[in-house]
Design a protein around this ligand. Structure first.
Ligand code: PLP
Length: 414
């Protein structure tokens, strides 16, 4: 008899964004003429920039010719891209990361979800609440949790990120082995300073723990003093793995490319307490289960770092951040507390004691604006919504106007 992995039964029935899509579809069917503006799902809306398209085309053209055609590439990524990443994202910022510590992949979702495979089932995990749901769900699937009760899985150490602690996770009271951190955070948009990250690096060293650091939104950091990589913190190379993505940085959500940094100094321990190289383990896993990102996509990713690519990508991010400014100002003018939107494309809005799904429904039905209910990111998000800056300027202005009208009866578009 073929038996199922019972851990899947512990998962909540459906994924947040499919629930949202269902509600939006239902509303649209009932109100066929209504205009809907989507500031919910964190997908980008702007086309790939010209420099990236040029790189992509070059890669495709090479595939059209026997002399330059490429078949299977190195699973870890082509050296040209690994070198470019190591130099631009790390070495130029004073972080000593080498090309062979970069593992190119088809995005941060797979890597953040798959990395937990390298660890024993009975390790203790600490996960922020609220946060990107993939960290938690993949550990549930792997059997590292108990049942789901009152909005939480038994066996996980949740790090509450609330207004009282500036939406930053605090060191857990009990000792943990694996710590997930995400900065700039999805969904709150909060960021951590070097001093704040140093506390975690020191904790990991003292406790022989490991940090999985998701920096998928680092390109949105505007404050120069904030770290863009955990490796800007002394000692982090021994205790942290970092995930990066071209999805939000350069519009690759549909093109698919990201990378994971696994420094050679990073060690885990076997059942005898002996040190094992995490780099060697991830290399083994990656080369066994992954066959590389397509050559044209890696050429396109390399073009993100060309002189013209950097300028064009920055302009696109600046445009999204201009949207974020408009959203922040609007929610503030409506008397809502919020965080984020300054170094992140997400604005996390306090729904003023309303349930996040009720507030979602209100904004959808009264304003035609789709946001994301905070409850989808964890128990601590139950009274918040996330508004995303990924849309056109026109749509953001229109959405904010509709929001004002729905909540105050006044419109500024007259
Ligand atoms: N990490 C975080 C925090 C995210 O919000 C997302 C996507 O929304 C990802 C990772 C996934 O990125 P990718 O498109 O590279 O899989």
């Amino acid at each position: 008899m073929i038996r199922a992995n019972d851990n899947y039964n512990k998962l909540k029935a459906s994924y947040l964004f499919s629930d949202i899509a269902k509600k939006v579809d239902e509303y649209q069917q009932k109100n066929p003429g209504a205009q809907i503006i989507r500031l919910g799902i964190g997908d980008v809306t702007r086309a790939l920039v010209p420099a990236v398209i040029k790189g992509f085309h070059q890669g495709v053209d090479e595939m059209a010719n026997d002399a330059t055609f490429r078949g299977y590439g190195p699973e870890q990524g082509y050296d040209f891209l690994r070198q470019t990443i190591a130099k631009n994202d790390f070495q130029d910022r004073g972080a000593d990361i080498s090309a062979d510590e970069i593992f190119v992949s088809d995005g941060a979702k797979c890597d953040t979800g798959n990395f937990q495979e390298l660890f024993a089932t009975d390790i203790k995990l600490a996960i922020p609440d609220p946060v990107y749901p993939v960290y938690l769900d993949t550990n549930v699937m792997a059997g590292r949790t108990g049942e789901f009760e009152d909005g939480r899985y038994n066996g996980i150490v949740y790090m509450d990120c609330l207004k009282e602690n500036n939406f930053l996770p605090r060191l857990p009271d009990e000792s943990v082995d694996l710590i997930y951190l995400c900065f700039p955070n999805n969904p709150t948009g909060s960021t951590a300073t070097k001093a704040e990250l140093k506390v975690w690096v020191d904790y990991a060293k003292e406790n022989k723990a490991l940090i999985l650091f998701d920096a998928a939104y680092e390109a949105f950091i505007r404050e120069e003093t904030l770290p863009r990589s955990i490796y800007e913190i002394e000692g982090a190379k021994e205790v942290a793995v970092e995930f990066r993505s071209f999805s939000k940085t350069a519009g690759f959500t549909g093109t698919r490319c990201g990378f994971t940094v696994v420094p050679k100094e990073c060690m885990v321990f076997n059942s005898k307490g002996e040190k094992i190289s995490l780099h060697a383990m991830w290399n083994r896993r990656h080369t066994t289960k992954f066959n590389g990102v397509s050559y044209p996509v890696q050429k396109a990713a390399q073009a993100v770092y060309s002189e013209e690519g950097k300028v064009q990508v920055k302009q696109q991010i600046d445009d999204y951040m201009n949207n974020a400014d408009i959203i922040r100002k609007t929610v503030a003018s409506l008397g809502f507390d919020y965080v984020g939107g300054k170094n992140s494309p997400y604005i996390w809005v306090d729904a003023k004691d309303r349930d996040s799904w009720d507030f979602f429904d209100l904004l959808l039905t009264k304003a035609g604006v789709v946001c994301t209910p905070g409850a989808g990111f964890g128990k601590c998000g139950r009274q918040y919504i996330r508004i995303s800056a990924f849309n056109s300027l026109e749509n953001v202005i229109l959405a904010m106007d509709k929001l004002k009208e729905a909540l105050t009866g006044r419109s500024s578009a007259k």
